[in-house]
Design a protein around this ligand. Sequence first.
Ligand SMILES: Nc1ncnc2c1ncn2[C@@H]1O[C@H](COP(=O)(O)OP(=O)(O)OP(=O)(O)O)[C@@H](O)[C@H]1O
Length: 268
Amino acid sequence: MTGGETGSQSSEGLVVRDLTVRYGPAITVLRSIDVEVRPRTVVAFLGVNGAGKTTLTRAVTGMLSFHGGSVISGDIRWKGRSIVGLNPRRIVRAGISQVLEGRRIFAELTVDQNLSVGGITKRNDNALKERRDWIYDMFPRLRERQNQMAGYLSGGEQQMLAIGRALMQSPELLVLDEPSLGLAPSIVEHIRDTIAGIREAGTSVLLIEQNATMALSVADYGYILSHGTVTKEGPAKELLADPHIQSFYLGLDEDTGELDAVKHGATA
Ligand SMILES: Nc1ncnc2c1ncn2[C@@H]1O[C@H](COP(=O)(O)OP(=O)(O)OP(=O)(O)O)[C@@H](O)[C@H]1O
């Protein structure tokens, strides 16, 4: 069973089946992968540089064609309906929002204006105001800086803003691409707590990460991707305890259990 909950809910969330994705005519990046994100769960998608993690996010959010990629075979179903071939706007409207790798906020707009842009397709002003208050409660530092230009925020604050902007759509699924990249450990912890809070509020999260420690400590379920193929999957707690995963992704020596971050390039 995948995704951490009961089988009866499988058609409600995101179901990726037998998906093969290619860039151009010859570069096959994802090979027959199966991934599932059930409602109200956090699913970690882990792998080293170039494994194909971002390519999965592009396929799910309708961005693949902008990068010269296409779905060769298989399907991506959201709440029981195929979303392959839908444009990004329709996918956002269907309830899937994403935070791209690299915190792409609008640097010359204020924090508040960035949030307004995030909610631009929503028409209910009261609901938007409530949403904005909820985001400011989650990130008090953004409230303090709401009239500042976003470009002057720290890296961690920009990541919070990027997440907040995506949440303005009230998504049912949030796709987060490497939110911990380049951030100090204390900020990473805050981001992890935020992800847990997002799940508690009812939104499921597909969490793309190289920082396996962070991702598996908050996720319900995880997938390990290697060269475009899912090589391992299971409940996050089991993956976290797996000696091979500890050795390769968490940087713990298989024999001694000691941290070996330099050898394995772990980011924890
Ligand atoms: N637009 C593209 N055209 C051709 N090849 C691409 C394109 N985008 C990515 N690739 C290749 O696809 C492979 C997977 O890339 P992808 O960005 O999905 O991996 P990733 O696991 O997210 O890596 P990282 O952690 O470094 O972001 C890489 O070999 C990459 O060079």
